[in-house]
Design a protein around this ligand. Structure first.
Ligand code: PLP
Length: 458
């Protein structure tokens, strides 16, 4: 890129742009990284430097950037028609994608309601559950349950069921009340060596059973991120918890909402995280990887039973009055369909198993887990995470002002990595097209970042 233009752009970035999740003052005397090109696993900055996209561009990208078949699908759909509304009109990409989603998601999810991002997919699920109970003659079932540390998006309904204090606490006065229950954090297996994953699941389920026993008459649904709670710090949870949750929801007549916005489409090694536990939820939220991470699109899937409670004469006033301007965008639907064809024709999920095994091996062999300050190295599929502590043994955190995670992000650039932290938790959230060689290279570079940031000798 022309250096003068490059500089001008970055000045305009500061003048005109307000970036998400960003304290803009941190950029008072430094620039954002300006990306000019992306191909496969790599992003390229305006100086031509190459970076591994180890976070899949905020957990979205699946098949790498600039995939020729994805680009062709966009061009084909644009040639036919661009955006049209999805209320009172319909189109082939929206119809065919709905059919495919019903086929590949857990059994029982038979209806697809589109929106355009993860938060709206969650809002739709919450409102559907609420309205279902209103129309079923149980108007007192209005409350929701969420897990401590959970994240379901940034719109106010989603924030009401959010359990991350840093993002959610401030907005409390604006939110509807929801019950918070403890999460079965698998890190407790390491910390309290005497407890198994199963016991950790049981302890969390006991809290929920107690809540349901007392309050289920007023509870519409519980929302969970199955197996992996992302934004709360890459908290991994046992399959037994999901199974117990399904049983309790059925027994107490409470909807189970699976928020697979982040975990869907192969990231955990299975197409959907619910499959690790062989569980079918009543409502499922999808976005991020739905379009291979290339276009904004979301879907909320529901059971026939929920759908049936809305199906009536217009005068019965059971219509679901919800929709967004870009609901079911045809270009996004066409991309999502092409991504699902890729899964099938190129055996994407089968191929990824080698990478997943290589990631496990690299985490073990590289010595990463044995570095001072590193604790709780964990992995599920193509996601791996670890936490940095002042004293890893005793889990004493660094002082917040040390900004260790942020320092790792900056040092990552020097090693050709986009290594976006969550506080002092570092993680990889790898595209499905990552190879075993890529994984080893990424882990090696990460260790160099850690040595630099933690000032460790070679
Ligand atoms: C990212 C995310 C959302 C919100 O999706 P947006 O598209 O950012 O609104 C919801 N749930 C989970 C689990 C997520 O990771």
């Amino acid at each position: 890129m022309n250096p003068v233009y490059h500089k001008e752009l970055l000045l305009k970035d500061r003048t005109y742009v307000w970036h998400p999740f960003t304290q803009m003052k941190e950029y008072e005397d430094r620039h954002h990284l300006l990306i000019e090109r992306a191909q496969g696993l790599y992003l390229y900055d305006a100086d031509g430097r190459q970076y591994y996209d180890t976070v899949s561009s905020w957990w979205c990208n699946l098949h790498g950037h600039g995939h020729p078949r994805i680009k062709a699908a966009i061009a084909r759909q644009l040639d036919a028609f661009d955006h049209i509304m999805f209320s009172g009109l319909t189109h082939a990409p929206g119809i065919e994608l709905a059919e495919r989603l019903v086929q590949i998601t857990p059994t029982g999810l038979n209806k697809v309601f589109y929106s355009d991002n993860g938060s709206t997919a969650v809002e739709v699920a919450l409102k559907m559950s609420f309205q279902y109970w209103q129309q079923l003659g149980k108007p007192q079932k209005t409350k929701f349950v969420y897990l401590e540390g959970s994240y379901h998006g940034d719109t106010l309904g989603a924030v009401s069921v959010g359990g991350v204090a840093l993002y959610h606490e401030l907005f409390k006065p604006l939110l509807f009340h929801a019950h918070c229950v403890p999460a079965p954090d698998l890190r407790q297996v390491d910390r309290t060596a005497s407890r198994s994953a199963h016991e950790i699941a049981e302890i969390a389920l006991a809290h929920l059973r107690e809540l349901f026993a007392k309050e289920s008459d007023t509870i519409a649904a519980i929302i969970v991120e199955p197996m992996l709670m992302g934004a709360g710090g890459m908290i991994m949870t046992p399959a037994a918890y999901m199974q117990g949750l399904r049983e309790l929801c059925t027994a107490f007549n409470v909807h189970l909402i699976a928020d697979e916005v982040a975990t869907g489409f192969g990231r955990t090694g299975k197409m959907f995280a619910c499959e690790h536990a062989s569980v079918s939820p009543d409502l499922m939220c999808l976005s991020k990887g739905l379009t291979a991470g290339v276009m904004p699109l979301a879907a909320t899937l529901s059971t026939d039973e929920i759908y049936a409670a809305f199906y009536d004469d217009y005068a019965a006033q059971k219509t679901f009055f919800h929709g967004h301007s870009f609901t079911g965008n045809p270009v996004a639907c066409a991309v999502a369909l092409e991504s699902l064809r890729l899964f099938e024709e190129e055996h994407v999920l089968e191929q990824a198993q080698d990478t997943i095994a290589a990631l496990a091996a690299a985490l073990g062999d590289s010595g990463l887990a044995k570095l001072p300050h590193v604790a709780d190295v964990r992995q599920l599929g193509l996601v791996a995470a670890f936490d940095l502590y002042e004293d890893a043994e005793r889990r004493l955190p660094f002082r917040p002002e040390q900004r260790i995670g942020a320092a790792a992000y900056a040092a990552g650039f020097e090693e050709g990595l986009i290594l976006r932290p969550l506080g002092d938790t570092l993680y990889f959230w790898l595209p499905l097209c990552t190879t075993a060689d890529d994984v080893r290279d990424i882990v090696t570079r990460t260790i160099r970042v850690l040595r630099r940031v933690l000032r460790l000798s070679e």
